[in-house]
Design a protein around this ligand. Structure first.
Ligand code: FAD
Length: 631
């Protein structure tokens, strides 16, 4: 028999980014014995890479900011497809979560009068991102880890062991959730280094596994992001929503090829950087869509004045939401006005003194110097769209983070959950999302565990099946190499389910994904269980595949363009589609897609928008309802 290390916990948190750590802290504060599991080293997660900041309407830099304005911006950014309740909770609770981080020891940049400084970002009406230079995520993770250490010290004093109530399992990958009927009973995985198996028995699991970007070749995401949490949820009976919506960040590095996709923070534009084509033209003025025209400057002069006098000028079009900017860059390149490496120019050098650039954007300065031998204080950067963030994710109850579908005891928070950002996420809204919903999911997982009369049991057969699935790639001699399969998957997704989509290509993609599914079922990994990345990838592939299928299916079904989903054959945003969420579920091995009406926004929230704006998004029927409410 295979050796399996067994552990017992009340709450198991899968993922050690911001959402996972904040959830674990909350579960531990509720007195639960809590495990935190991370696929990579502890402290290495996308959260740590977040540069720009965390959006929270604290009103420190512009006192007109408040939760209502933040709520409006978020709904606009998501083109009204957001789960309104999540957007509301997020806008209301973000400031508290940021101030709370300070009590954990976070040191944010300050305004002259000593308040937490806030910077401008795309789609945010006022300066709203609390930040630490361009290394905000690092401070966020550092602080949350410090809080965990301090809780462990309390536990040592009280119970004699640092690990008594909260323990970190780093470099440990979860491959399976285990169920007792429809209740979560635990999680199964392996230590990456030894290849040994590990089993957590626990009645409540919080998924905080982040994104799916590794299914694309050009991506800002690192190797861990293979959609594991999305796939684990599906296989456990939960549902995913909004999977057609992926965010292609407008500014990734395009040169040299080895670093293509690495992120260039939006702060460059927030701090005054502008986009130019090969003819030297600041082209974004040509790409302001009607729904945003009122809020954006029409001339370079007005746009430039906005940085110093935002009350009397409109914002530069470089700060439109990301989907708009990414599409614009794509169009410029396609029209033959791109740079030699196939991007456009992002210029901060001619706009700010070198010393200020180095102070405000230290990571960007070093990134370009070291990776591309470009001095961003003296020359423009070359940038282009890169797959960055998945809006879609586990369909959850907005208040608790509990997963919908046929499973109990499963919670999700952070990028792996869906709904909050609708069809497109505003920059900075992720870091605050992690804190708000991480705390909520951790707290609700704890009370769910408290409320159980008996603990679910891990069925022996489920463990045996998990072992068999995990070992299978090592036991096949003839199957394909996992790296070839990943490349083929990335080619399908990048070429056929990328930034601009068409019916024929999406159908083609689904055909190819079916073929890939058969090939992945026979994947083989050379070598043994000791540190074997080929084996790990072989196991990740089935997750990438099922998640990619959800994306391709939903992208084919949604016949409109909205946010992170652009259909060349259906270029308009259709009010009727705004009322629909596409929900993915797994039936056996097959991805099923269902249309589900969006929850209706509460009247006092609808009332925050003026009718003219609502008319751009809502159906006539909905507008009639609105008029009746106001009358
Ligand atoms: P992550 O921080 O992504 O953490 C996921 C965790 O899950 C990791 O610990 C990983 O190891 C673990 N995991 C995954 N699968 C498994 C498994 N099978 N078993 C065990 N563990 C697993 N957002 C902003 O708001 N502002 C910004 O300035 C910003 N900048 C960004 C810059 C970059 C380069 C990138 C890539 C993203 C940026 N984002 C930004 C987005 C934001 O960082 C992420 O959306 C966010 O950090 C996700 O946090 P999370 O807690 O959900 O997951």
């Amino acid at each position: 028999t295979t050796r399996i290390e067994r552990h017992h916990y009340d709450v198991v948190v899968i993922g050690a980014g911001g959402a996972g750590l904040r959830a674990a802290i909350e579960a531990r504060l509720a007195g639960k014995k809590t495990a935190i599991i991370s696929k990579s080293l502890f402290g290495k997660a996308h959260t740590v890479m977040a540069e720009g900041g965390a959006a929270a309407a604290m009103g420190n830099v512009n006192s007109r900011d408040n939760w209502q304005v933040h709520f409006r911006d978020t709904m606009r950014g998501g083109k009204f497809l957001n789960n309104f309740r999540m957007a509301e909770l997020h806008a209301k609770e973000s400031p508290q979560r940021i101030w709370e981080l300070e009590t954990y020891g976070a040191l944010f940049d300050r305004t002259k009068d000593g308040k937490i400084s806030q910077r401008n970002f795309g789609g945010h009406e006022y300066p709203r991102l609390a930040h630490v230079g361009d290394r905000t995520g690092l401070e966020l993770i550092r602080t949350l880890q410090q809080k965990i250490v301090s809780l462990q010290q309390e536990d040592k004093a009280e119970l004699g062991s640092y690990d008594a109530r909260i323990k970190v399992f780093a470099e440990t990958t979860i491959t399976e959730l285990l169920l007792d009927g429809d209740r979560i009973a635990g999680a199964f995985g392996y230590y990456r280094e030894s290849g040994e198996f590990i089993l957590f028995e626990a009645p409540a699991v919080v998924l905080a596994t982040g994104g799916v970007g590794r299914s694309y070749k050009v991506t800002s995401n690192s190797w861990e992001y293979t959609g594991d949490g999305h796939a684990l949820a599906l296989r456990a009976g939960a549902t995913l929503i909004n999977m057609e919506f992926l965010q292609f960040h407008p500014t990734g590095m395009v040169w040299p090829p080895s670093v293509k996709g690495i992120l260039v923070t939006e702060s460059v534009r927030g701090d005054g950087g502008v986009l130019k084509n090969s003819e030297g033209k600041r082209f974004m003025f040509d790409y302001v869509p009607d729904v945003f025209r009122k809020q954006y400057a029409e001339t370079e002069e007005e746009a430039d004045r906005w940085y110093t006098d935002p009350d009397n000028n409109r914002r530069p079009p470089e700060l439109l939401p990301r989907d708009e900017v990414a599409r614009a860059i794509n169009s410029e390149v396609k029209a033959g006005r791109g740079t030699p490496a196939g991007g456009v120019y992002l210029d901060i050098a001619s706009r700010k003194p070198a010393e200020e650039i180095r102070r405000r954007l230290p990571s960007m300065y070093h990134q370009f110097k070291e990776l591309a031998d470009v001095d961003i204080t003296a020359e423009p950067m070359e940038v282009g769209p890169t797959c960055h963030y998945v809006m879609g994710g586990v369909e959850v109850d907005p208040d608790s983070g509990a997963a919908f579908g046929h499973v109990r005891g499963l919670f999700a928070a952070g990028e792996v959950s869906g709904g909050m950002h609708g069809s497109n996420r505003l920059g900075g809204n992720s870091l605050s999302d992690l804190l708000v919903f991480g705390k909520r999911a951790g707290g609700h997982a704890a009370s769910y565990a408290d409320g159980l009369s008996g603990r679910p049991k891990v069925p022996v057969a489920a463990v045996e099946a998990a072992v068999e699935t995990a070992l299978a790639p090592l036991q096949r001699d003839t199957g394909e190499n996992p790296y070839t399969l990943q490349q083929d998957l990335q080619a399908v997704m990048g070429d056929l389910v990328g930034i601009i989509r068409r019916q024929g290509e999406l159908e083609d993609a689904l055909g190819r994904l079916t073929e890939l599914r058969e090939r992945v079922a026979k994947v083989s990994a050379a070598g043994g269980r000791r540190y074997n990345p080929g084996w790990h990838l072989a196991l990740d592939l089935r997750n990438m595949l099922v998640v990619s299928e959800c994306t391709a299916k939903a992208a084919l079904e949604r016949q409109e363009s909205r946010g992170g989903h652009t259909r060349e054959d259906y270029p308009a945003m259709e009010p009727a589609w705004r009322r629909v969420n596409l929900v993915c579920a797994l039936e056996g091995d097959t991805v099923r897609l269902e249309r589900k009406p969006l929850p209706k926004m509460r009247p006092e929230l609808v009332g925050l928008f003026d009718r003219a704006e609502l008319a751009k998004y809502l159906t006539d029927e909905e507008l009639t309802e609105f008029d009746a409410l106001v009358a």
